[in-house]
Write a protein that binds this ligand. Structure first.
Ligand code: SPQ
Length: 429
């Protein structure tokens, strides 16, 4: 591991950033492109490590995926074109690749073994394996199939009517993917809206899918047609620079062409409630996804309570929201976020540990955290927990700190934001 040192900001942050393509949408563009008939062209694809795991998995199953300049091309020929891979599929650190691919592999007529790094091997897979087994899937793995590695013997599946026991877009997507090839209808019911990129993209590819509020139904039979996809900027990546502008006095940053899908914009609501100065312009839409420029300027922030249906709309932004709260006057309470405990690391513990080390007044709770602001962060030595969102949160915290922040390792950042350091430098020069 290589230590990396981040310095406090020497003045206001200014400029424009084009954040990388959305990770969730990039994964899905490859999966549906590989299942469709014809060549799918994807612009602004995120070439982060996680999405490249999805690309490699389909290459191992015989799908040609190449580049034409900045465009990723997926040469699909329907599901029949997918072949049994000769070797186990390695999914690295990527929960999205794993859970969505399990939904697909369960119904394909061949045998696969999938595995991942140590973090992914500790994340629960029973949340996906259980509904897939109810559909007839044959899957075996550690602790009765709860953890990777998993071996999958593809089968003809049957549709189910499934109420999600966890608020998870990955579980919803896995069941919908299985439903794409299962007999009869598959219905997924949610208690709170989670990101709906799978539903939107399946609709755009011509699947027989109906999304109606918190209920989505899918039936097999429709041929998916290749198309052109533009991947919006990732709001979860933009979040780090939105937070930076909000907490460094005098700052003004513009984040260009960011995805504004309603199921992902909880951070915008939170920043507004905290008193942030935030504006949206140049609104447009592509493939059913809303897009716009986000301008954030420094403002005095105050603490709020973040809970309930808002949580799935900002789940990946909670590390950086906790940082915002350290720079807001008063108390911020985050609750109903127990899902954070099963991300790349236990993000409740990791966020509290890192921010406390850097001088914040923050305490973990069973399902969230309580932060008292405003604290002057001191800086210090912090651990990244090999988690991209924790590493980027620590880097942004350094901007608001008195002294430097020494991070044990920043390599995980390439999972979702390969140009993070270039953009961090750009807004300070
Ligand atoms: O892919 P991975 O590792 O699960 O990614 C994370 C992240 O921080 O990038 C979570 F750790 O995002 C998930 C997100 O938390 C991506 C995702 C998706 O693309 O469907 C859905 C969310 O996970 P979940 O478990 O709530 O479905």
């Amino acid at each position: 591991m290589t230590h990396i040192t981040f310095q406090p900001a020497s003045g206001p942050l200014r400029g424009e950033i084009e954040v990388p393509g959305d990770k969730s949408i990039s994964h899905r563009s490859v999966i549906f492109g590989a299942l469709a008939y014809g060549t799918t062209k994807v612009r602004h694809f995120l070439e982060g490590e996680d999405c490249m795991r999805t690309v490699e998995a389909f290459r191992q199953m015989g799908i040609k995926i190449d580049r034409e300049g900045p465009v990723l091309r997926i040469h699909g020929n329907g599901p029949e074109a997918l072949k049994e891979p000769q070797a186990p599929l390695y999914f690295g650190n990527s929960g999205t690749t794993t859970r969505l691919m399990l939904g697909l592999l369960a119904g394909l007529p061949f045998f696969t073994v999938v595995y991942g790094d140590s973090s992914l091997s500790a994340r629960p897979m029973d949340r996906v394996v259980n509904p897939l087994r109810q559909m007839g899937a044959e899957m075996n793995g550690r602790e009765s199939g709860s953890y990777l590695p998993l071996a999958i013997r593809g089968k003809k599946l049957q549709g189910i009517d499934y109420s999600l026991p966890v608020k998870s877009a990955q579980v919803k997507s896995a069941v919908l993917l299985a439903g794409l090839f299962a007999g009869g209808e598959t219905i997924v019911r949610e208690s709170s809206a989670t990101r709906d990129h799978t539903e939107k993209m399946l609709q755009a590819f011509g699947a027989d899918i109906t999304a109606n509020g918190l209920q989505t139904s899918i039936s097999s039979g429709a041929k998916l047609e290749a198309g052109n996809i533009y991947v919006p900027g990732d709001i979860s990546s933009a979040a780090f620079f939105m937070a930076a502008a909000a907490i460094i006095p005098g700052s003004h940053l513009v984040l260009k062409a960011v995805g504004l899908n309603e199921t992902r914009t909880g951070l915008l609501d939170v920043l507004q409630k905290m008193g942030g100065d935030i504006r949206i312009s140049n609104r447009k839409s592509s493939g059913g996804e809303d897009i716009g420029d986000i301008t954030v300027s420094y403002a005095d922030l105050h603490g709020i309570t973040i809970e309930g249906e808002l949580i799935p709309r900002l789940i990946d932004e909670i590390p950086v929201i906790a940082l915002l709260a350290t720079q807001a006057e008063g108390k911020t309470v985050i609750r109903d976020a127990e899902e954070l405990r099963v991300k790349e690391t236990d993000r409740i513990s990791a966020v509290c540990d890192v921010l406390k080390t850097l001088g914040a007044d923050i305490e973990p709770t069973a399902d969230g955290m309580i932060i008292h602001g405003k604290s002057k962060l001191t800086g210090g030595k912090a651990a990244s927990y090999q988690d991209h969102r924790i590493a980027m949160m620590a880097a942004i915290a350094s901007l608001a700190a008195k002294g430097e922040v020494v991070l044990d390792d920043a390599s995980s950042i390439s999972v979702s934001y390969p140009d993070f350091f270039a953009d961090l430098t750009k807004i300070q020069s």
